[in-house]
Design a protein around this ligand. Sequence first.
Ligand SMILES: Nc1nc2c(ncn2[C@@H]2O[C@H](COP(=O)(O)OP(=O)(O)O)[C@@H](O)[C@H]2O)c(=O)[nH]1
Ligand SMILES: [Mg+2]
Length: 365
Amino acid sequence: MKVKRYVANSLPDAMSRIRDDLGDTAVILDSKPIKHGGLWGLFGKQRFEVIAAVDHGVEGPRLKQHRVERDSPQDGLKREIESIKQMMEQWMYTQQNDLPRPFAAVETHLKRQHVTDDVIASLFRNVQPRIRDIQNADEKEIYSLVAGEIRERFEARVGTPLSVGSGPKTVYLIGPTGVGKTTTIAKMAAVYVLEQGLSVGLIAADTFRIAAVKQLKTYADILNVPIHVAHDPNEMKEAKEKLSHCDVVLVDTAGRNYRQKMNVSELFAYIQHSDQAAIHLVLSLTMRDEDIDAVLESVSSIPVTHLLLTKADETTSYGLMLNLVSKTPYKLGLITTGQNVPDDMVEADADQLTQWIMEEVDGNA
Ligand SMILES: Nc1nc2c(ncn2[C@@H]2O[C@H](COP(=O)(O)OP(=O)(O)O)[C@@H](O)[C@H]2O)c(=O)[nH]1
Ligand SMILES: [Mg+2]
């Protein structure tokens, strides 16, 4: 039997070198990361040591067994390396820094939910001291500790977005075009009028598009509530005065490109001089991380109070909600789950949100 040690930057690199060197019948006897950084080496850069051998009698992950029918030698090799890589990466977790396998399973799941690496790292960091025996940690224990940690983070942030009692009288919805601001205003107005028996006034400050005012007017007619249109900050002030008898005033703002500073300062002019105001930043759960970051950056000068997350029905990855809890100081308010007015809306609930993120993990949430 010929045994050789290989050190490479990645497993595919190692595999391709082993193939060149030892041929198709080579088997992997052992592999481990030999240099690492970051939390338990999970997110740091590392190199891999792979011990490979050629001997027909040796059992192990045989390179040849992973070969599929191929169109060209390169395609076949690529696929083969990919499948070995996946298999090895899972297995490697058990070898790395005494990291128990359940962490790998939870990490894979959280990544599928689009929880970012830094958030996953901070979850694991917080959970680790609570594990009695990390070497022999029970898979379920890790799942429930991580779920518990996620739940605590949500719990610390859930607000009471619909309570008006001593709370804010004017509620602004701000956010990019098409995220669902107007639809959500209609849902909120319906809840206030039909469920809480409050008097509601609406202000359409989205005069950028004629259709947007019409849309809100239609809802105002259905609910039989007063609506005013504000074309500029002065008219906004007047509209608010006219609606001062209402228990709550909902303001629909223009969803313009917030990357342009002009638009943000214009928006700011509409919402300033608002005491007792709640400002809900509306973001869709279908938005890309980079776009969300751009919006967060551009509204940083606005005193946002709540995050309002829409289109939960259009995604199955809810990690964004957890990322947002880390990235922003805002309360988690309403979450919308469809186009039906007023039914498709819930108040953020820590248990529910945790379940959305952790479900499918063997029902351990
Ligand atoms: N699937 C889904 N669609 C929604 C939701 N909320 C709003 N929409 C739809 O998104 C589109 C844009 O909504 P709109 O309220 O006009 O967005 P705005 O530009 O932010 O005011 C409309 O077709 C809405 O019906 C939601 O929670 N789920
Ligand atoms: Mg609108």
